[in-house]
Ligand binder design. Structure first.
Ligand SMILES: [Zn+2]
Length: 300
């Protein structure tokens, strides 16, 4: 693919509603004067703002070519277990810092896109814990029980996932401090349509969700799938992908893990030809009691 073809792809991605016709990011005016060097000027007399295809996005003020950026997106999307920055560095022939920041920009843009996401239909909900591995001592007598609170590393985090059932179902996953009732309530209230049906296991975090949506519980103590309609297999399938990706993302800071968890459904759904519909959110930007700050930047 040539640089011009990659640029045309970016224009189409940014201004999809107008078929690639430039739209002013400030006033929304369609059509603009070409200024050369792939820059545009708004036709509106009172505006006349100058912009490019990446203005106002996470890729603004880019130095990489469109071809390299597109290659980075494609390589990240097609990597089933996520893409390590070191590997991306070698494949794109760029500096490590560039290869580290670029995927984070992509995750940030996905996080922003999914803030207003509302899941519908049958939504399966489940939680998993990852990280915080405790390295045991060599001698058996010096080893400790990692399940006890006093022996934990404090780095273990939960991921709560909600996934629409069926082919092409969207997934929303969030890194959260723990699988808690208020977190589940917050996610359901903001990201699930009121008419949707929930499916969850018997974890007490989901007890109060019956106040928001119709919910069917699956008791794993009695059976893997208690009733034909009660399974949360789709959410657990998402977690199996996260488990595979866990070792690729050891360097991801905790605040980014929510966005990082979106990498798995993105890659997975790419195989189903529907990767655009999948989702993630960043936990720090979602509920007030887990941290501060909001994801900045606009979607690609
Ligand atoms: Zn304008």
């Amino acid at each position: 693919m040539s640089e011009d073809q990659a640029y045309a792809w970016f224009k189409l991605a940014r201004w999809a509603s107008t078929g690639g016709e430039p739209t002013c990011p400030q006033c929304g005016c369609i059509g603009a004067y070409e200024r050369g060097n792939r820059r545009f000027r708004c036709k509106e007399k009172v505006c006349e703002v100058e912009f490019s295809v990446t203005s106002g996005t996470v890729l603004a003020s880019r130095k990489l070519s469109f071809r390299t950026l597109l290659m980075a997106i494609a390589l990240s999307v097609l990597s089933v277990k996520g893409k390590a920055a070191c590997q991306l560095k070698r494949e794109l022939a760029v500096d490590y810092k560039t290869a580290f920041v670029l995927p984070h920009k992509m995750r940030e843009s996905i996080a922003v896109l999914r803030r207003d996401l509302k899941l519908d239909g049958i939504v399966e909900m489940d939680g998993m814990y990852l990280g915080g591995h405790l390295r045991q001592k060599n001698r058996k007598e010096n080893r400790v029980d990692g399940r006890l609170a006093e022996n934990r590393t404090g780095k273990r985090e939960a991921v709560l996932a909600m996934r629409e059932r069926g082919q092409g179902g969207r997934t929303l996953s969030a890194a959260v401090p723990e699988e808690r009732a208020d977190v589940a309530w917050h996610l359901t209230k903001n990201h699930v349509e009121r008419g949707a049906g929930l499916r969850a296991d018997q974890h007490p975090s989901y007890d109060e969700l019956c106040g928001l949506n119709e919910i069917v519980r699956n008791n794993h103590a009695r059976a893997y799938v208690e009733a034909a309609d009660a399974s949360t297999n789709q959410a657990e399938s998402h977690f199996s992908r996260l488990r595979r990706a866990e070792n690729t993302s050891t360097g991801t800071p905790p605040t980014w893990r929510g966005a990082r968890t979106g990498g798995a459904p993105r890659s997975m759904s790419r195989r189903n030809r529907c990767w655009r519909r999948h989702s993630t959110i960043r936990s720090a930007a979602t509920w007030p009691d887990t941290g501060s700050g909001t994801a900045s930047g606009a979607p690609l």
